[in-house]
Design a protein around this ligand. Structure first.
Ligand code: SG7
Ligand code: ZN
Length: 299
């Protein structure tokens, strides 16, 4: 049911190393998962299945830090335990998303060299051993990130641009009403110098939560389908790149549409009046390579 795989080292954006020495470490994320080299661990399966709980009420605040959407939680009633985490109890700190500027990339991890359109990350910290998130973030067993791939609906893994239009289906409900509001409502963000601020985000919050609910962020459905997961010891995928993360990547993905991905891409990148949408934010993208970007707002 769950698998360990050997890490094929991934070389992150080159400029990170100079500013964040940890980016030169030996357990850096993300990685390419080579399914042929994955090792199965049946003993761990039978002794300690992965367990989790995410009450919807724990999600407190939707944040746009300028490079993703992120939902901060109060951790109340949440937990992730078992599997590679053994008996330690981890609480949900926040969840956020990565995507790309085209539908053919956006995930941080890849599977046999193939990218997904996006990747949802649920960031947890070890409350059995540490007192605060900050303390846990420095420890080798301090964090656990649960990753769920976002797969473009109707694609095997990826599709080329010209095929995309055909893959948007009529029952693509998730973000349909948001778009309507975007076009006609008060949230119209096209006035010069105006950013997509809190109301823009609030309108989308509902949909992001629904997106998470579609795999159930109290993810019962993953349990039922029981496709298992890949796990390895890695790091934060962005500076300071702490090597403190036990990665758990579900094999079962969530399907998203081109349209939903576009909503993410249109989040504003800068806080004030600068018309620069957040086209992509996965680890290998140019956004992160710009050290100037870090001096402006930091990760
Ligand atoms: C995203 O990924 C953010 C960061 C997060 C980083 O850029 O969600 O979190 C905040 C607070 O902005 O960094 C410490 C942390 O969680 C790296 O997390 S990830 O490895 O799961 N991608
Ligand atoms: Zn992430």
């Amino acid at each position: 049911y769950f698998f360990f795989f050997l890490i094929s080292a991934y070389v992150g954006p080159s400029t990170w190393v100079t500013k964040f020495p940890m980016a030169a470490g030996s357990r850096q994320s993300p990685v390419n998962i080579e399914t042929k080299r994955v090792e199965s661990d049946h003993e761990a399966l039978s002794s300690k299945p992965l367990r989790w709980k995410y009450p919807a009420t724990a999600s407190r605040k939707l944040v746009n830090p300028g490079y993703c959407w992120r939902v901060d939680t109060d951790g109340e009633g949440t937990f992730l335990s078992g599997g590679p985490l053994m008996d330690d109890v981890y609480k949900l700190e926040q969840y956020h998303c990565h995507w790309g500027c085209s539908d053919s990339r956006g995930s941080e991890h890849t599977v046999d060299g193939q990218a997904f359109a996006g990747e949802l990350h649920l960031v947890h910290w070890n409350t059995s051993k540490y007192k605060t998130f900050a303390e846990a973030a420095k420890a080798s067993d301090g964090l656990a990130v649960l990753g769920v791939f976002l797969k473009l609906r109707g694609s095997r893994y990826l599709m080329r641009g010209s095929q995309l239009r055909n893959s948007i289906r009529a029952n693509d409900t998730l973000l349909a009403d948001t778009t309507l509001r975007y076009k006609n409502g008060r949230d119209e963000p096209r006035r010069a110098g105006r950013t997509r601020g809190a109301s823009f985000l609030r309108a989308r919050f509902v949909h992001i939560v629904r997106l998470c609910n579609s795999f159930e962020i109290c993810p019962g459905c993953i349990k039922k389908h029981d496709n298992g997961y890949w796990t390895y010891l890695g790091s934060l995928t962005t500076p300071p790149c702490n090597e403190s993360v036990t990665w758990i990547l579900f094999k079962k993905y969530i399907e998203v549409s081109h349209h939903q991905l576009n909503i993410f891409r249109n989040l504003r990148k800068f806080p004030r009046g600068e018309e620069c949408p957040c086209h992509e934010n996965h680890g290998v993208c140019s956004l992160w390579k710009s050290s100037e970007w870090y001096s402006r707002s930091g990760p």
